[in-house]
Design a protein around this ligand. Structure first.
Ligand SMILES: Nc1ncnc2c1ncn2[C@@H]1O[C@H](COP(=O)(O)OP(=O)(O)OP(=O)(O)O)[C@@H](O)[C@H]1O
Ligand SMILES: [Mg+2]
Length: 306
């Protein structure tokens, strides 16, 4: 028996409709049952419009299902309140997108620090951790660069460092290599493999690349809002090795327990954040700029995507 624990992601009969109650009502996901186990590296493939991002938004609690159950790390998030969902998301999930989603006016270092600010981690700790993460993704010599001065692959590495800021147990990556050439895409995949194998991070990758999907341990195929197949790929670490991974946990990516306990994103503090004194270069970030590329609209409150 490969699996000894509950899946970290469990969805049961998830349905998602848009424009509910209007003449344009449309059902996009038709009852998704999905189990992903801790330490797995899985991919979701399917034609454009098949519902991959819609599903990813639900898994990432950026959007709510119309019906069905979603259990994340043994917690029924279908029932949780929006504020609580934001805290769970910030603590457990790191996002990586095709379009990077970095704040354009600020440095790589400040971008990586940002999720830690929301988690109320003090300045010294977040600076140290951001530097460590940027070093880990091979970007220590570009920490002071703004995204417009970085190549696509470099920008994506910064985005991955930012996704790791609050030590997530899960990374959700929606077409993370879609804007990159194939060599650079493979370098980003290598980074994901390293995070999966060495740090036990569960990774869910959406990709159009068959080749990259084959590198993962399990491939789910979505067609017209249904999962039509799930099969093993060649790669990824396996959930059965999770005990070893847990023991090895956080060699490089160390969860700062004290500070992450404190995650408490209240409405006022997240409306406007002043990146303070020295760290800030005087930048004020508002809610809109943080949501630059987040098209999801299902949740109220703090919908920040890292
Ligand atoms: N907010 C929305 N309102 C109405 N329809 C939507 C909304 N969001 C997505 N859809 C529809 O849901 C379907 C699935 O979209 P989704 O973005 O999940 O596809 P995808 O598989 O990620 O495609 P791609 O590979 O092109 O990114 C599409 O037909 C899209 O038009
Ligand atoms: Mg998509």
């Amino acid at each position: 028996m490969p699996y000894t624990t509950n899946p970290i992601i469990h969805t049961s009969n998830i349905v998602k409709s848009f424009n509910i109650g209007s003449e344009n009502e449309i059902e996009i996901l038709h009852g998704i049952d999905l189990d992903i186990y801790k330490g797995e590296f899985v991919s979701i493939v399917g034609a454009s419009g098949s519902g991959k991002s819609t599903l990813m938004n639900i898994i990432g609690i950026l959007d709510k299902p119309t019906s069905g159950t979603y259990i994340l790390d043994d917690r029924d998030v279908s029932e949780a309140r929006d504020k609580e969902l934001s805290a769970i998301r910030n603590q457990k999930i790191g996002f990586v997108f095709q379009t990077y989603n970095l704040i354009s006016r600020t440095t790589a270092l400040a971008n990586v620090e940002l999720p830690m600010m929301y988690a109320h981690i003090n300045k010294k700790k977040r600076r140290e951790r951001a530097e460590m993460l940027l070093e880990m993704v091979g970007m220590s010599d570009r920490m002071d660069y703004t995204p417009d001065k970085l190549s696509g692959g470099q920008t994506q590495r910064v985005a991955i460092a930012r996704a790791l800021a609050n030590s997530p147990s899960i990374i959700l990556a929606d077409e993370p290599t879609g804007a990159l050439d194939s060599v650079t895409g493979h370098l980003i995949m290598d980074l994901f493999h390293k995070l999966n194998e060495e740090n036990g991070i569960t990774i869910v990758l959406i990709t159009h690349s068959k080749e990259l999907a084959e590198e993962t341990s399990k491939i789910f195929t979505l067609k017209d809002g249904n999962i039509i197949s799930s099969r093993m790929g060649r790669g990824g670490s396996n959930a059965s090795t999770q005990t070893t991974q847990e023991n090895n946990e956080a060699q490089e990516i160390k969860l700062n327990k004290e500070s992450s306990q404190e995650i408490n994103l209240d409405e006022e503090s997240s409306q406007e954040i002043n990146l303070d004194e020295e760290s800030s270069q005087g930048i004020t970030l508002d809610k809109g700029s943080l949501q630059e590329n987040n098209t999801s609209s299902g949740l109220k409150g703090e919908n920040y995507v890292y």
